[in-house]
Design a binder for this molecule. Structure first.
Ligand SMILES: Nc1nc2c(ncn2[C@@H]2O[C@H](COP(=O)(O)OP(=O)(O)O)[C@@H](O)[C@H]2O)c(=O)[nH]1
Ligand SMILES: [Mg+2]
Length: 447
């Protein structure tokens, strides 16, 4: 999968990486080529548009670290957006680890790989997580469907139930639920018959099945060979029952990748697993970064850029440390710290540069630097004059009132910011003296 897309983007990036400056012309040429590559990979048009829009706005406002080229920076932006598009989400994995019981419903078109995937998931849950799973087939329409699942169950060490001649999905579910009540299980996976979203009767059945089972998750099994046609199908299912995840099958095939790149956007559901072959153990948790690496084949640039940015941040931090130690830390430093929160982990991380300071990081975090506060504090500092930022001692009551009005906060908010700032400054001075213990005590007293 993705071969064509990958080779197109790779050659584009080869051109791009050496560019020292990205002007408007280079950027729009780049975006045009990405657009063509994505459309050729059968990615849905709306997805392509959205993707390009994001890259454009990010690339336009981007500062470039000194040790890398602008072209490399753009490559990194594209990579990040691709990861975003594919969607990183390991909530199902966490659920497996944290939840006592899991119930799953598998849905999709005929032949998409539902039954095989049901067996594969049971296998993975058993082998990797030591879960005892019950596999239940609600496919009463294809004669061998239930046998197929029962065979898979015995192959992977999962359990199954007996099927009766006049079974309907409802009677099967009732029997399965009884078994789940009387015996110990860690989870159940219901396999269903394939159906088209246009088939009202079958979709109604699915609706009822879903209502009866009330599963934790409904996985839509999608054959990646289907291309973006699959999206309409997925959306059709999603309208009838709430899908919670997607399993991409036949990722080992030579599809262009359009479905993989569009399905997250189209359904707002994460891709949870991918099937990479016919064998029972050929199922993997979906890993957006790994797929992006595969498509772009540019992990080298990405890690280079990440390192360069981290290094520059380090240098900034070092400069600031020196200023701190000299007692020169002012509101401008505070502002740049606040602005780097998120990127760097904020004040807490600044403090962690100092030996022995890791312990108080969490207390720092409680010191009014919760997310909501951050934007407030930023607004306050931005409303100060340069002179005020350099020397907060001049902030008398009328100046404080002016700043409050300018930043849309209360004077008490400003007082609190200043108090925090002064506390930090005192701490920093004490650190200079190396009296860590006293500082820690001081801190506890204040926290
Ligand atoms: N190569 C490959 N084949 C798969 C994969 N998943 C399923 N299949 C094959 O697809 C065919 C249909 O699978 P099945 O589970 O019966 O589909 P269902 O009708 O949705 O239940 C079988 O031959 C499977 O071996 C996959 O990830 N890779
Ligand atoms: Mg089946």
């Amino acid at each position: 999968m993705f071969e064509n897309l990958s080779s197109r983007l790779t050659s584009l990036f080869d051109k791009l990486r050496s560019k020292g400056v990205i002007n408007e012309q280079v950027l729009s040429e780049t975006l045009r080529e990405i657009r063509l590559a994505l459309l050729e990979a059968d990615v849905a048009l709306s997805v392509v548009k959205d993707f390009l829009e994001k890259i454009k706005s990010k690339a336009s406002g981007q500062e470039v670290a000194q040790s890398i080229s602008a072209g490399q920076m753009v490559v990194k932006i594209i990579y990040d957006e691709l990861v975003e598009l594919l969607g990183e989400d390991n909530s199902f994995q966490r659920k497996i680890q944290s939840q006592k019981f899991i119930s799953l419903l598998m849905v999709g078109l005929q032949g998409s790989g539902k039954t095989t995937t049901t067996g594969k998931i049971a296998n993975l849950l058993k082998k990797k997580f030591d879960k005892k799973i019950l596999l239940v087939s609600l496919d009463i329409y294809r004669p061998a469907a239930q046998d197929q699942l029962s065979m898979l169950a015995s192959q992977v060490g999962a359990e199954t139930i007996e099927y009766l001649k006049d079974d309907t999905p409802r009677t099967i579910i009732q029997r399965a639920q009884k078994k789940l009540k009387t015996e110990y299980f860690d989870g159940v996976i219901y396999d269903t018959a394939g159906r088209l979203q246009q088939d009202d009767e079958m979709m109604q059945e699915l609706y009822e099945v879903n209502a009866l089972i009330q599963p934790d998750d409904v996985f839509f099994v999608l054959d990646s060979m289907m291309g973006q046609d699959a999206l309409k199908v997925a959306q059709g299912f999603n309208e009838k029952i709430d899908l919670t995840g997607v399993v991409l099958t036949r990722v080992d095939g030579d599809s262009r990748g359009g479905a993989a790149l569009s399905v997250r956007h189209a359904t707002n559901c994460p891709i949870v697993f991918m099937g990479v072959g016919e064998k029972i153990d050929q199922l993997e948790f979906f890993d957006a970064k790994r797929i992006a690496d595969r498509i772009l084949d540019r992990g080298d640039i990405v890690s280079l850029v990440e390192k360069a940015v981290a290094l520059e941040n380090d240098i900034d931090q070092e400069k600031m440390m020196k200023r701190m130690q000299k007692g020169q830390f002012d509101m401008n430093d505070m502002l740049s710290q606040i602005q780097s929160i998120g990127k760097m982990g904020g004040l807490g991380s600044m403090i962690s540069f100092l030996p022995g300071m890791k312990k108080i990081q969490s207390s720092m975090a409680n010191m009014g630097f919760a997310e909501k506060e951050i934007s407030k504090q930023k607004a306050i500092i931005l409303s100060m004059t340069p002179q005020e930022r350099k020397d907060i001692k001049i902030l008398n009551a009328s100046r404080r009132r002016r700043i409050a009005a300018g930043s849309g906060v209360q004077v008490s908010d400003i007082n609190r910011l200043i108090k925090n700032f002064e506390m930090m400054k005192t701490m920093m001075k004490q650190m200079k003296g190396g009296n860590l213990q006293r500082l820690m005590q001081n801190f506890k007293g204040n926290a």
